[in-house]
Design a protein around this ligand. Sequence first.
Ligand code: ATP
Length: 332
Amino acid sequence: MTAAVTFRSVSRHFGAVKAVDSVDLEIAEGEFFAMLGPSGSGKTTCLRLIAGFEQPDGGEISILGQSANGVPPWKRHVNTVFQDYALFPHMTILDNVAYGLMVRGIDKVTRHKAAEEALELVKLGGYGGRKTGQLSGGQRQRVALARALVNKPSVLLLDEPLGALDLKLREAMQEELKGLQKRLGITFILVTHDQGEALSMADRVAVFNQGRIVQSGAPEDIYNRPKTRFFADFVGSSNILPPALSESLTGTKRWTSLRPEAFTLETGNDRLSLAGQVEASSFMGAVRRIALKVGESTIHANLPAGVTIPTEGETITLHFTPEALNWLEDAV
Ligand code: ATP
């Protein structure tokens, strides 16, 4: 099967800044792929390289098996949904959506029909006559999506597409985007700094740091098995156990990570234990979050809200299975 997008040692430097630093990447056709990372880690530059708005300083980019080096944006089977939507306020919604087809010289009847269909896809059928000012933020986001989909791209690039929406709308749109992607079978490449968004929508996530991919894999894998301290800290909210603490638990002196939800108050034959003093205990709805002072470390545990609640100052023992302990690759 042809890959939708392939990077071979792709670099893009801006002066001394290695925005993208020798990145290798292969995104399958029909995959929902997320690029996740802190601000300035190079994910937007990667997206712009795929779109053709940037050219690499080194390496090879292929789109659908064809070299993309030197190919201008409009000749790639790729469309971008920008964070600010970039809609034209003086045009109707229908003309906004049909714009790409108009530029390509498609006649008015055909392009308006295609635009109507694209609006139906994003549940905005019948809104074509309005102007962008008459829509909510969430509806504008859908128009931007329809405007990209009308071109029937093989690859859709989404640059923080939900960044401007409030939390509730963002969660609803996450489900919708994922559903749409599955229905249409188009390759979606999403750039986000929101790990919840990446983990909930993508088939595969690549985490960027300083212009490089530090780890990639299925959401469950990268969440449960982070490889480095950076990664464990960035994805979710892992406890990072220093080598001495891991050694006291297992006999092996290595950095390890442990998810807050791995703990219980019940002991068991095979379980490992950490004893310490409760520093803080806060009600978080479904769980109660405990901060436990264990030697020099503070360990966070999420316990079911219904359990008997340890109070601050109390000494308690938390238990977890050895499999919950994740070995990190950082040097000791
Ligand atoms: P954000 O989430 O803030 O958008 P990002 O991970 O998408 O960040 P990029 O926008 O790819 O990061 O930027 C990577 C690095 O390259 C940053 O240090 C940025 O300042 C730099 N950079 C990006 N574009 C340019 C440019 N046109 N000129 C100079 N430096 C740039």
